[in-house]
Design a protein around this ligand. Structure first.
Ligand SMILES: Cc1ncc(COP(=O)(O)O)c(C=O)c1O
Length: 395
């Protein structure tokens, strides 16, 4: 009674803002259902969550222990610890043969923190920003929360699910775009853009004055061909990356951006005000993570084996249609031969086969009802068991 009276009294002025009304992530519902099955004694094969099963590199964990014992965990410079920024710049030289000035590196709170800084620095409220569908939902939801308008551009098999310059310019002609954001390797599709595709898209965007953002969080996890960084193709592109995936450091919440020179100071001012700095312990660990690349390459070989097991096994199990699994640790399967509702399909597969996957509706409001996403970031035994269970269930 008292609650009801209080609620009536305060609700009018506690009405949440319209911009906070972003959709939830449905994978959370799948995870909750999986947890219920496990609490009742069932063994679930988890292919719903997009995070590595392996821990951070040993070098990173050791550096964190040392820092706790010997260093002060104070605020750092808003742009990040200078030695970490230099180490990230060196990574571009070592991995891509591309010179990047350390002054252009900004350390962020995961790539998620990078999106907020990038969007604030690049766009005004009301600006239209192209994103692909299927695509990572927070692209759309963060843009919306910041008052920008995500413009959904559909991709198809013809272009290996890459956004093309033509599609971008066609959308721009309908109503002007201020920005475009792509990810390669992509989530949820696992597809990648070739060097030619990325070069053509950046040229088209910049030719039309459209600001270009490249989400490179799954770089390092490429199997079909080497991933290309937009940092190599244009000094005006804004690159977002993270220690979460290749370096298995999701919970450390540390990532980075390579930003055009003119944006360094505005982004520094934003970071100073929004976060002060990125967690210091995580920055120490991140710098040492680069010394753990051998360990991470072994984990990547594990993903490559998982990918092989699924590409060979799923068709035998009955799932014959899926997108080219070029990179990341995702396989995006078309289940339209079985259902017109991939959420119900994923729920049933979880309840009856105890295999958890994510329904495509999270990633694609248009065709997502036809797809489910499998994450293959766990063990090869889990992958073999998942294929066997799906085969029994569909058979
Ligand atoms: C495509 C993509 N970008 C960004 C993120 C955010 O990652 P983080 O904030 O951990 O760097 C994710 C996480 O799953 C992702 O899949």
């Amino acid at each position: 009674m008292r609650d009801a009276i209080l609620r009536n009294r305060v609700e009018p002025w506690l009405t949440p803002s319209r911009r906070s009304d972003v959709p939830p992530f449905m994978v959370m519902d799948v995870m909750a259902a999986a947890a219920r099955i496990e609490a009742a004694g069932g063994r679930v094969i988890h292919m719903e969550v997009g995070q590595p099963a392996a821990p951070a590199p040993r070098t990173a964990i050791a550096a964190a222990h040392t820092a706790l014992d010997t260093a002060r965990i104070d605020y750092t410079s808003a742009l990040g610890i200078p030695s970490l920024r230099e180490r990230i710049a060196r990574h571009y030289r070592d991995l891509y043969g591309c010179a990047v000035n350390p002054e252009r590196i900004v350390v962020t709170t995961g790539s998620s923190g990078g999106f907020i800084l990038a969007f604030l620095a690049l766009f005004e409220p009301g600006d239209r920003v192209a994103v692909t569908v299927p695509g990572y939902p927070p692209y759309r939801h963060i843009l919306t929360a910041l008052g920008c308008e995500p413009v959904l551009i559909e991709t198809s098999d013809d272009t290996r699910h890459a956004l093309t310059g033509e599609a971008l310019l066609a959308a721009h002609r309908k109503a002007p775009l201020k920005g475009a954001l792509v990810g390669s390797p992509a989530n949820p599709t696992g597809t990648m853009m070739s060097r030619e595709a990325l070069t053509g898209l950046i040229a088209a965007a910049e030719g039309a004055g459209i600001r270009f953002i490249s989400d490179e969080i799954y770089h390092g996890l490429d199997y079909a061909f080497p991933a290309v960084t937009a940092a190599e193709l244009s000094p005006h592109a804004l690159v977002i990356n993270s220690f979460s995936k290749y370096f298995c450091m999701t919970g450390w919440r540390v990532g980075w951006m390579v930003v055009p020179e003119a944006l360094v100071r505005p982004i520094e001012r934003l970071q100073q005000n929004l976060a002060i700095s990125v967690p210091t312990l995580s920055q120490f660990a991140a710098e040492a993570a680069f010394d753990g690349r051998d360990e991470m390459e072994a984990i990547k070989r594990g993903y490559a084996e998982n990918r092989r097991i699924l590409i060979e096994g799923l068709p035998r199990a009955g799932l014959t249609k899926f997108l080219p699994a070029d990179g990341a640790f995702y396989l995006y399967a078309d289940v339209s031969d079985f259902t017109a509702d991939s959420f119900a399909f994923a729920k049933k597969m979880l309840e009856e086969a105890h295999v958890a996957a994510t329904p495509g509706v999270d990633f694609d409001p248009i065709h997502g009802r036809n797809f489910i996403r499998f994450s293959y970031a766990r063990s090869a035994d889990d992958m073999r068991e998942a294929v066997a269970r799906i085969a029994r269930w569909l058979g």
